[in-house]
Design a binder for this molecule. Structure first.
Ligand code: HEC
Length: 148
């Protein structure tokens, strides 16, 4: 009899543990709107990987020049292009109705769509759209969105 009680106890403990696990899984599912934060910033890439790509001397399939070879992260330092310090904040104001993420994305794949005042058109490397994967571009966008 006491063996049976013990068995029942074990079974109910097992079921409780199962329920707890199920509940935990449910929680992570509801926590998932980490997609929400992504939507808020417009970032759908991996910022850590983006930072790595941004800082490399060459990137992509054809050893394109990395962003850092032309863009300083020090405020007001011009290498070839404008400093990217505060880029995320600036990018949000560049084109009316365009989010910072969309503006930066377009600046990478279509550098001449909007040319920064004081800089010549065509100076920025022109082939990232084909040299980089969409994921790599999104990673770089996610990173630059942290440059506030
Ligand atoms: C060969 C030099 C060069 C390289 C490499 C380069 N850029 Fe640029 N970039 C420029 C120049 C010059 C401008 C300003 C003229 C223009 O808007 O096209 C510019 C403009 C920009 C702008 C617009 C900035 C603003 O304030 O509106 C963004 C964003 C940008 N670059 C991002 C990048 C990223 C990200 C990379 C790397 C994937 C990169 N650039 C690589 C030269 C470069």
């Amino acid at each position: 009899m006491s063996k049976k009680t013990l068995l029942l106890l074990l079974v109910s403990l097992f079921l409780l543990a199962l329920a707890a696990c199920g509940g935990g899984g449910g929680d992570t599912a509801t926590d998932e709107p980490a997609g929400d934060t992504a939507a808020d910033t417009g970032a759908i890439g991996d910022a850590a990987n983006g930072e790595k790509l941004f800082s490399q001397a060459t990137i992509g399939a054809n050893n394109a020049p990395g962003c850092i070879t032309c863009h300083s992260l020090e405020p007001d330092v011009v290498i070839v292009g404008p400093s990217q310090a505060g880029l995320a904040t600036r990018a949000a104001t560049r084109v009316a109705g365009m989010s910072a993420a969309d503006y930066i994305h377009q600046s990478i794949v279509e550098p001449n769509a909007h040319v920064v005042e004081g800089f010549a058109e065509g100076l920025m490397y022109q082939n990232y759209a084909t040299d980089l994967t969409e994921q790599e571009i999104n990673d770089i966008v996610a990173y630059t969105l942290t440059l506030k």
